[in-house]
Write a protein that binds this ligand. Sequence first.
Ligand code: ADP
Ligand code: ADP
Length: 237
Amino acid sequence: MIEFKDVSLVYQNGTEALKNINLSISQGEFIVIVGLSGAGKSTLIRSINRLVTPTSGQLLVDDDNILSYNTKQLRKLRTKAGMIFQHHNLVKRSTVMKNVISGRLGYTSTLKSIFNLYPKEDLQLAYESLKRVNIEDKVYTRSDQLSGGQQQRVSIARVLTQQPNIILADEPVASLDPPTSHQVMTYLKEVNREDKITTIVNLHFIDMAMEYADRIIGMRDGEIVFDGPVSEVNEGT
Ligand code: ADP
Ligand code: ADP
């Protein structure tokens, strides 16, 4: 359902961040991408929802070449492929509920940001999403009053309200301590299993990748240097 065909990406300053990537990802896989800083992990992940645009090749999502998408198609793609960032990107001064419900389309208007104007189904969905990461007791808390791990759980809940087929997580645990990192990874894995959401996560640490991934992709200098199940990692590296 996600297919890279000879995808390259050269940034404007000449950096070749992706070099002829060929990669096929099926629905429901849990993939961890590992590699040193600068290897191209983030560029690869961000290509899938077109936060960055490859300069050559074909990138298919559900058999559609997303490199030719217009603005309207991109909006749909970004709903289908939800993103989680290292620095969670929550609106600091907003409540948890407001942040999570903003995962639904069309809530950019300030009028609708008054609580009662949200449709009941959307509030319900947001609440259910918060429950899945066990943080429903913080509905009315301002997001900047939460710990880093709690904020990252809220950002998982926000992505879930989009009802995505794909979750792209760009270094989601890089600023968290080890126990909190494991907790966040466990929630991502749970969601992947229960909802069959294709999940692609960038991680710095191979140990954590081994623990959670079904399949590991190793990157170096814009290229894929390893691609296989966890059981093959030792032979392949
Ligand atoms: P990683 O996620 O593995 O750290 P990145 O995808 O962020 O790697 O970066 C790959 C390469 O592209 C690096 O050399 C990085 O400096 C460069 N790069 C990333 N973003 C940009 C950009 N917007 N403009 C120019 N170069 C960039
Ligand atoms: P990451 O979160 O992947 O570690 P960085 O913190 O390295 O990203 O970079 C933050 C932002 O700067 C990103 O949007 C990235 O695309 C951009 N960036 C990274 N490297 C470069 C570069 N060499 N030139 C221009 N922009 C860059």
